[in-house]
Design a protein around this ligand. Structure first.
Ligand code: GLY
Length: 289
């Protein structure tokens, strides 16, 4: 039986009802693909694409802004056979997750960033697109008014540390992970977080898939997704995720993690006040935060 688990970001979830609706819809999109015998890779990419378009989550059309008021997006995809593709600080593209997938499938490279990533997206037929929500402009204005410095932003439990992520296991026992984010509010232009960093925000093996969310710089330092995936090789997904979260808590890292194992067990956990998540498990049951 296939399985899919999704998160909509860790931190303060203000609009929980909208998150719940968005995650439910993303799960249904992914599950429909898996249930028809489709690939885990298609399921996670389509689920994340929906979340990028929804404007509910901090990714794609709903992305938070840089200090300059621009949108710069990070995304990555990885499959259990070790293939991986990512984009960092890419501008003017609607669905960075689909560009990341093309980096994985159509190039020998792993990570493209900035103008090079954008140029690649145009070459692959992705149209120029930019959406800046008024609500994001207001958030940036408040961020600046509070005297925040982009060099050392004051992160706390009440900030939205959003990313979206999806992990799926298909009928052929293949595992795939997809991640997408607008990054941290008021980040310096050019900043790349954990989301497209191999082993930090994303990791997959034949036995496990893991996606992390939260304070990107610290997640990179912990190599968090790989840490949890390695634990999953010997433990059920929930135990591995809980150990990863305990390690992150010890180091005061604001983060969340979702994961699954080859047997179809799922796991989730967070050190923040909350995280939005949902899954359709191996008995076909749907659970939402
Ligand atoms: N985890 C999202 C970021 O730090 O960019």
């Amino acid at each position: 039986m296939p399985v899919i688990i999704i998160h909509g970001g860790a931190g303060r979830i203000k609009n929980a009802a909208a998150h719940r609706r968005g995650i439910k819809k993303a799960l249904q999109i992914g599950w429909a693909i898996l249930n028809q015998g489709g690939k885990a890779l298609d399921a996670v990419c389509e689920a994340v694409k929906y979340m990028e378009d929804s404007t509910i989550f901090n990714c794609g059309s709903g992305a938070t802004l840089t200090l300059d008021g621009t949108v710069e997006l990070d995304a990555s995809v990885m499959i259990g056979q070790g293939e991986y593709g990512a984009v960092g600080a890419i501008k003017q593209v609607k669905n960075p997750i689909l560009v990341a997938r093309q980096v994985m499938e159509k190039t020998d490279h792993l990570l493209l960033v900035g103008p090079g990533a954008q140029k690649f997206s145009r070459r692959r037929g992705f149209k120029k697109y930019e959406k800046i929500l008024e609500v994001q402009k207001r958030r940036l204005a408040r961020f600046k008014k509070r005297g925040n410095s982009a060099y050392f932003p004051k992160l706390n439990n009440y900030l939205k540390l959003g990313t979206v992520g999806a992990v799926a296991l298909d009928n052929d026992n293949q595992i795939a992970v997809a991640n997408s984010t607008g990054g941290i509010l008021g980040k310096m232009p050019g900043r790349v977080g954990d989301t497209p960093i191999f082993g930090a925000g994303v990791y997959a093996t034949k036995n496990s898939g893991v996606a992390a969310t939260g304070h990107g710089e610290e997640i990179i330092r912990l190599f968090l997704a790989k840490y949890v995936a390695d634990l999953t090789d010997g433990l059920p997904a929930q135990k591995a995720v809980s150990k990863g979260i305990a390690m992150a808590k010890e180091k005061n890292v604001l983060c969340g993690v979702i994961g699954l194992d080859r047997k179809g067990n799922v796991g989730y956990g967070f050190t923040t006040k909350s995280m939005s998540w949902g899954y359709i498990g191996k008995a076909g049951e749907m659970r939402l935060f």
